[in-house]
Design a protein around this ligand. Sequence first.
Ligand code: PLP
Length: 378
Amino acid sequence: MRSRFSSLQGDFVFLDAPGGSQVPDEVGDAIARTLREASANIGANYETSKRVEEILATAREDGARFLNCSSDDVVFGTNMTWLDFALSRTAARDWQEGDKLLFTRLDHDGGVAPWVELAADRGFEVDWVDVTPDLELDYDDLERKLDDRVRVVACVASSNAVGTIVDVARVSELAHEAGALCWVDAVQYAAHEPVDVQALDCDVFICSAYKFCGPHVGLAYGKHELLESWRPYKARPAASDPVGRRFEVGTAPYELLAGFSATIGYLESIGGMNAVAAYERELGRHFIDSLPAGATVYGLQTMEGRVATFLINLDGVDAADAAKRLADEGFGVWAHDNWFSLGLREKLPYPENALRVGLIHYNTADEIDRFCAALAGL
Ligand SMILES: Cc1ncc(COP(=O)(O)O)c(C=O)c1O
């Protein structure tokens, strides 16, 4: 599989997938081919325009298989944050002053800021759902905070900082009992676990292909009846069929959608997300077992209930300095303070920064061995 990535042919070890993954050559080739052979817009009678229409329809089908939903209910957009800002405003058109919006301390700000800004504009109340001491979602706190004024519970499906998986099916159930929507930021989760939006029973689910070996394009699922009921912000003569298309404003990035289809083809060709998840769990266990003495992992200490995204520190070693030295030695990891997870940062005990080590299916046990030896050296 690694032979399909030019970027994986050198010695550099990429352990930074939570920031953005490497991309197989076939995805770049599909993008370039589209620009060469299908540079047109939709709705004309000639061949290049028909090719673009086929790219759009195929991307919608591929997105539907990835999410396990109808292709009608797939919405493409620039990235998760953009889709979240756009869809949240559409959903909230008829909400009233004093309505409540909940998000969680595990959330990335891309899934928090849209609600905070909306609340500032429209007079909604906002509140955090807390985490437990081991940085799992506190479902009791969610139950306590739910009442009939809550319109939405927004949550990540897994944390981009500490890797905790959220039981989205449980959040959906609790939210729905209170009459609220369950709104999921799956930017990290979708890169590591199989997705089934129907089993999760969530109302909105948003992810970004550049985290799972694809191009920089976002992808959302919305429950069919909600997408039908919401009035989109959109130029009026633009296409509105199927229903997901109502929320795609302006001209779509056709070449990136061709790249997206190539990405799904790639993932399916290596066994699909079930195979990816099983392999990554094994890799994550190997990483935990290989960490040198003096390493602290924040949050869950095993692979139970998490993806293989780890936030760590080494006793007596400054994380920013460690990231620089590791880069010099051929390992790609970052040091950062809050990881855009502002609610979680208040619960993380380190003074300045921590290192994030993000494993993905193209990483190997040998890379982990070399990386852990480098950590021990530090
Ligand atoms: C959990 C999570 N949510 C949202 C985002 C923002 O995603 P995007 O860049 O697609 O807007 C990120 C980016 O790293 C993320 O990790």
